[in-house]
Design a protein around this ligand. Structure first.
Ligand SMILES: [Zn+2]
Length: 260
């Protein structure tokens, strides 16, 4: 059931039909492109970041759409509204207990997940979502020859944090996340709770897919990837495009493999 709103976006769709592409991604119900977005992932000019924060068009990367089929759907978390996210929570980052096993060959990339105390999210549910995204075969694993493994102990090389807007700003400094954006700063990925809660309009309420975008984009920075840009009207947006700021004439896409 392709959304009517998408049709306007894909007027000059190239080789791949939008319906096919949307079906492959499970993105059948994307809403109309919303107003200019408040936010997205940011990687400003700070020393700890790997990517500029510009949004100017760039030369399109070669985009082959190698999307996967018959993939287990991601879990959908309960929705939250913006009012449920305090601008400032406790400031205390709590490591989510438990471990999540790797499911692929390749170098083990061990991470831990922290959720700031005082946020409404269920930590175990968030952990399930994050690991499902990271270990999805449309994700970074096959591209980077890594296998993500979650720990609650020592030996991690990456920390993924979900933090309130003010804590995000503090952890992302000197990057300027203005209470809305997320970032990768050194060995930490900080996901802004307000984005985790409400997403962005052009993902049409598909929080599972927006969560996948947010995780894949910021972890992509941790893996050394810089920003990419919309390669052309109707094409899937590269996951390294700042899709929280908008997708332009591209279609929202949460998966690295789609533009691999
Ligand atoms: Zn970014």
């Amino acid at each position: 059931m392709a959304a009517a709103g998408i049709v306007a976006v894909v007027g000059t769709s190239p080789s791949l039909g939008a319906d096919t592409w949307l079906r492959d991604l499970g993105l059948g119900a994307v809403g109309t492109p919303g107003p200019t977005p408040p936010a997205d992932t940011l990687a400003g000019g700070g020393p700890a970041t790997s990517a500029p924060a510009t949004s100017a068009p760039a030369s399109p990367p070669p985009a082959t759409t190698g999307s996967a089929t018959s993939v287990t759907p991601l879990a959908t978390e309960p929705g939250y509204d913006a009012a449920s996210i305090p601008p400032r929570a406790s400031g205390r980052l709590v490591t989510v207990p438990g471990r999540s096993a790797a499911n692929a060959p390749g170098r083990r990339l061990v991470y831990r997940l922290q959720v700031e105390a005082g946020l409404p999210f269920d930590p175990a549910t968030v952990a399930g979502t994050v690991h499902a995204v990271l270990s999805d075969r449309r994700g970074w694993q096959p591209l980077e020859k890594v296998a993500f493994e979650r720990t609650d102990g020592a030996g991690y090389e990456l920390t993924i944090v979900i933090a309130s807007p003010e804590t995000t700003d503090r952890l992302c400094y000197p990057l300027d996340t203005v209470g809305q954006l997320s970032c990768r700063n050194g060995p930490r990925v900080i996901l802004n709770a307000i984005r985790w809660a409400v997403g962005v309009p052009w993902y049409g309420g598909r929080m599972d897919l927006y969560h996948a975008y947010l995780v894949n984009h910021e972890v992509g920075h941790a893996l050394g990837h810089s920003h990419e840009y919309c390669p052309g009207p109707g094409r899937p947006a590269p996951v390294m495009m700042q899709q929280s700021k908008g997708v332009g004439r591209c279609l929202p896409n949460p998966w690295p493999a789609v533009n691999a």
